[in-house]
Design a protein around this ligand. Structure first.
Ligand SMILES: [Zn+2]
Ligand SMILES: [Zn+2]
Length: 272
């Protein structure tokens, strides 16, 4: 049951980079605009998202609309992905895929408030959205395994590469609203599934994120770790991006600490 180092590196690299660009670029930048980027950096990260998500690339517009609907209608019939509404992650993700497709085809009635304000690169998104492009990515992943796999069962990992985005989506959207603990009371079912989220790089702090939708750090309590926030801090210090509130950079920032602690205290108090 041994895996060649090349395959381990390829699998871990693809997993990590794909989820990083989902949470950093599509989610925190594209859907929420938690920070700003110059046009050049925006294009750079947009291209990286295409490069590392490959066959399961999601365009920023489709992602932003789906995700803003998720915040507005969390765990109701109109939520594009809720474990409260569906029996299993597969039917939930099928439903999400159908909405994503009809948004791209222009047949979905998108509410005006969910549209606009996301990165726009029509040429790249057109090429990336083609069936042939996904097929090329899939062929490349397969070629890598043909070169380095030494046993038949290594090929069982290939479908995860083909469907990397939906695999992450299923994990975050299912478990993030089903399993874990809650720091804040809310009408939705959001939960914090892991306390050190190195699996989906911070996305599994759904309960914190639904409480503070515009906060670029998804970790709230002292023991919680959101690795993407570390990357955002480094990028901010290097001048690659600009946070909406620069005071967030001082981790012991008085204002942020007080703000969170007060809210937390309130939220943790038992209801009357
Ligand atoms: Zn959520
Ligand atoms: Zn969000």
């Amino acid at each position: 049951m041994e895996l060649p180092v090349a395959i381990v590196l390829f699998f871990v690299g693809h997993w990590t980079l794909s989820v990083f660009f989902q949470t950093f670029f599509l989610h925190r930048y594209g859907a929420h605009r938690m920070f700003t980027l110059s046009k050049g950096w925006e294009r750079f990260f947009h291209f990286c998202t295409f490069l590392f998500q490959g066959s399961s690339y999601l365009n920023p517009r489709g992602y932003a609309i789906l995700h803003r609907m998720h915040h507005a209608y969390s765990d109701t019939e109109k939520d594009p992905h809720s474990p409260v509404i569906f029996n299993n992650p597969f039917s939930m993700m099928n439903h999400t895929r159908d909405i994503y497709r009809s948004i791209n085809l222009g047949t979905f009635p998108v509410e005006e408030r969910f549209d606009g304000g996301y990165p726009d690169w029509p040429l790249l998104d057109r090429i990336a959205g083609r069936w042939l492009t996904s097929l090329c990515w899939g062929t490349a992943y397969t070629a890598f395994y043909l070169a380095f796999a030494t046993q038949w069962w290594h090929f069982l990992l290939l479908p995860i590469h083909y469907l990397m985005g939906p695999v992450h989506g299923a994990i975050v959207n299912w478990f993030g609203h089903w399993a874990g603990y809650r720091n804040f009371d809310s009408k939705d079912a959001s939960r914090n599934t892991l306390i050190f989220d190195f699996v989906t790089l911070g996305e599994l702090f759904q309960n914190n994120h639904h409480k503070y939708g515009m906060r670029p750090n998804f970790a709230v309590r002292w023991f919680e770790i959101d690795p993407t926030w570390w990357a955002i801090r480094v990028f901010a210090k290097l001048g690659i991006l600009k946070l909406r509130d620069e005071r967030l950079l001082t981790s012991r920032d008085e204002r942020e600490a007080t703000h969170v602690t007060d809210e937390l205290r309130e939220a943790l108090e038992p209801a009357e």
